[in-house]
Design a protein around this ligand. Structure first.
Ligand SMILES: Cc1cc2nc3c(=O)[nH]c(=O)nc-3n(C[C@H](O)[C@H](O)[C@H](O)COP(=O)(O)OP(=O)(O)OC[C@H]3O[C@@H](n4cnc5c(N)ncnc54)[C@H](O)[C@@H]3O)c2cc1C
Length: 391
């Protein structure tokens, strides 16, 4: 008869994406004992299949303190996780295709000035000199020289490996199957073979975090989104910057090997776990890509894919301590931003676990924003926000 192994620890984490894994690493660096349960392989979900954009430009102002903290961490990846993960500060260029787009980019540059993103508006002769490869529709754009890109397949698993090297106990292929709280301790069950007991529990289960939150009386309007992705064969290197467009639609970057990675539009969820890019989204993406980058006219797409990401209605994450259960801490719903801010989120979660407070402002990400307001006389539900924005 098999017996259940019981591990007592300081902090239990559910989810081994970039958020859970970087929290595990940060907690170990603080000297706390950590057990992480990942039902699949660490970094195999959103964190390992995303576009690879590591940009701050265009993020809501409320996320910029986290994004800035993450920006500093990204600079130290080799020392922190043992690889640079192909991270390059290549620059991120957000293209304007109309005067209204250019005005919106200028407005964002003004609003974000205090964060020192170093944004430069580029147009006219400079645009033509620096981007001869851009199609005719681009009027100009906003360059963030220190934003960049990285390979998610390398970076996200490397956070988990680094956490394990630092002493975190990481269990892959170990889904959380039951959880209880007795007022002091959480007891987590993974099948019949493993039980974990801890006074602190981090909910880092990505798009699947809603059920764990709901079990502790904190239902959230989390839904899944599936950005469509594609990549070309290797092409002669021509595009230094990672690109987005004002208003969304398409984003792309070229890796050092020459492949151009494209994103835009929405894929479909096949079931709760699997997603793929739809044929129509890829056709639209292809047309937009050629209009933006004529060099892609004869390029072959060699792969398309998607992933499953959690979105709250306001596209802001949930990053806070629980209001119902002492010791429960949530970090999920990063809506196209979690790869860039994930390393900072991990540090914040570790601070919340150890100190009960974060040194980076996170008030905008509390669950209180979902408290129901008094019902208006004739309420009309607003349409859900589009999920086609640039990650
Ligand atoms: C296609 C795509 C493109 C994107 N592009 C970008 C981009 O360019 N830049 C950017 O910053 N962000 C981007 N994002 C968003 C980013 O990838 C996510 O915000 C980020 O990876 C979220 O990390 P996470 O750790 O919260 O979630 P995940 O990586 O989804 O990790 C959650 C983990 O929890 C595990 N889990 C769930 N339930 C359980 C359970 N019961 N027991 C145990 N484990 C469980 C899952 O298996 C999963 O591994 C993109 C997302 C997608 C899908």
């Amino acid at each position: 008869m098999s017996s259940t192994r019981l591990i007592k620890t300081d902090v239990a984490i559910v989810g081994g994406g970039i958020v859970g894994a970087s929290a595990a690493l940060a907690l170990r660096r603080m000297g706390m004992a950590v057990v992480l349960l990942e039902r699949d392989l660490c970094g195999s979900r959103s964190s390992g299949v995303n576009f690879g954009g590591v940009r701050r430009q265009g993020r809501p102002l409320s996320q910029l303190p986290l994004a800035q903290r993450a920006h500093r961490i990204w600079a130290s990846l080799p020392a922190l996780i043992g690889t640079d993960g192909e991270y390059r500060r290549s620059g991120h260029f957000k293209i304007g295709r109309s005067e209204a787009d250019m005005a919106a980019l200028e407005h964002y540059a003004d609003l974000s000035r205090d964060f020192d993103l170093g944004l430069e508006l580029v147009s006219g002769q400079r645009l033509r000199t620096e981007c001869p490869w851009l199609g005719g529709r681009a009027l100009g754009g906003s360059l963030c020289p220190e934003d960049g890109q990285a390979n998610p397949r390398l970076v996200s698993p490397a956070f988990a490996l680094a956490a394990a090297r630092a002493g975190a106990q990481i269990f892959e292929r170990s889904p959380l199957t039951a959880v209880a709280h007795d007022g002091q301790q959480f007891t987590l069950q993974s099948g019949h073979s493993l039980a974990v007991q801890a006074p602190l529990l981090l909910n880092c289960a990505g798009a699947w975090a809603g059920s764990l939150a709901a079990q502790f009386g904190e239902a959230v309007p989390l839904r899944s989104g599936h950005p469509a992705m594609a990549v070309t064969e290797p092409l002669p290197f021509f595009m230094r910057w990672s690109l987005g467009v004002e208003g969304g639609g398409i984003y792309c970057r070229q890796v050092a090997r020459g492949n151009v990675v494209l994103g835009g539009g929405s894929g479909v969820g096949l079931d709760t776990d699997r997603a793929r890019s739809e044929r129509s989204a890829i056709a639209t993406l292809g047309e937009q890509a050629i209009a933006l980058l004529p060099a892609l006219k004869h390029a072959q797409l060699i792969r398309t894919w998607s992933g499953t990401e959690g979105y709250l209605p306001d596209r802001q994450p949930v990053l806070c301590t629980s209001r119902t259960t002492p010791g429960l801490i949530h970090g999920f719903g990063f809506a196209g931003a979690g790869f860039q801010i994930g390393p900072a989120v991990g540090e914040v979660l570790a601070e919340l676990a150890r100190d009960g407070r974060s040194t980076t402002p996170i008030a905008a990400f509390s669950l209180a924003r979902f408290d129901s307001p008094p019902a208006p006389a004739a309420a009309t539900a607003p349409p859900p926000p589009a999920l086609t924005q640039t990650p």
